[in-house]
Design a protein around this ligand. Sequence first.
Ligand code: TRP
Ligand code: SF4
Length: 329
Amino acid sequence: MHYEKKRVLSGMRPTGPLHLGHYVGALDNWKKMADEYDCYFMVADWHALTTEYEEPARISSWIKELFLDFLSAGLDPEKSVLFVQSDIKEHAELTLLLGMLTPLSWLERVPTYKEQKQQLVNKDLSTYGFLGYPLLQTADIIIYNADRVPVGQDQLPHLELAREIVRRFNYLYGTYFTEPEGLLSPAPKLPGIDGRKMSKSYDNAIYLKDSPEEIMKKINQMVTDPARVRRNDKGHPEVCSVYSYQEIFNTDQKEEIAEGCRTASIGCRDCKKQLFERIWQELEPVQKKRKELQNNMDFVNEVREQGKKKALQRAEKTIRDVHRLMGLL
Ligand code: TRP
Ligand code: SF4
């Protein structure tokens, strides 16, 4: 029986070094999708430009870093198409064409637009480019006719918008695009070492490139259950950040640890040491792979070139079809 795999597309903005939150929430999850789906994973450099336009030169080194991170974290270029958004100019043309039929009010009411504009106070985001962020994202997705889009919770409104735009296009020019669906990452959110959301701007992240010493130091700084002042005080793993990491990195021992914490049979020091072992077990091969790749940049560049070729094939076909449907021949 002939059956076609569903297509997946996702992207990440190159805005600096990756941390464990990116790894658990996205890369590790993407890696697991590569067999089941026809996957496209992209470095979304134009999306980075919407907020970094005052210092755009930094983006180009971040693109290279992120592309290396994709490969070091284990995304396999034989199984997925790995590419850079700006290598495929067709995304820009589709964004422009979709812009003609997208009501301004649809963009203005996207919650991330208002929130980010208010939160990122040191940036002037009253720009056309930033308002168009989710429209560009729509083009990214539908130019490959992706069915599924693995994203975080905050991106779901962008997918809602993408579906609305697809419906409008299909209504105006004939059914062509698939309505994409968001796929939430199954991994629970990872807090930063201070218990808040893990983020570069809070300076509370564990980075993929951190040395074992740095990682141990950061784990030691993590807040534990304040009820455990002395070694034999009983604890509550559910309020402890260290435990939320154990749940992700130490799945086969997490029950044992929770029990040990509740009965004070293990101390926070040992608990943290165990966590360190697990995190390092995960990151050591990633760092090793990264070093190998850095010594073999010809290979990395070739992967980017191949990804570009494969992505371009589909994107060009979509643009041709769109021209035909819209009567722009
Ligand atoms: N906006 C996404 C984020 O911040 C990144 C992104 C760009 C993306 N284009 C995409 C995600 C297309 C999914 C599909 O996480
Ligand atoms: Fe947290 Fe572990 Fe200490 Fe319990 S034993 S409070 S889970 S660090």
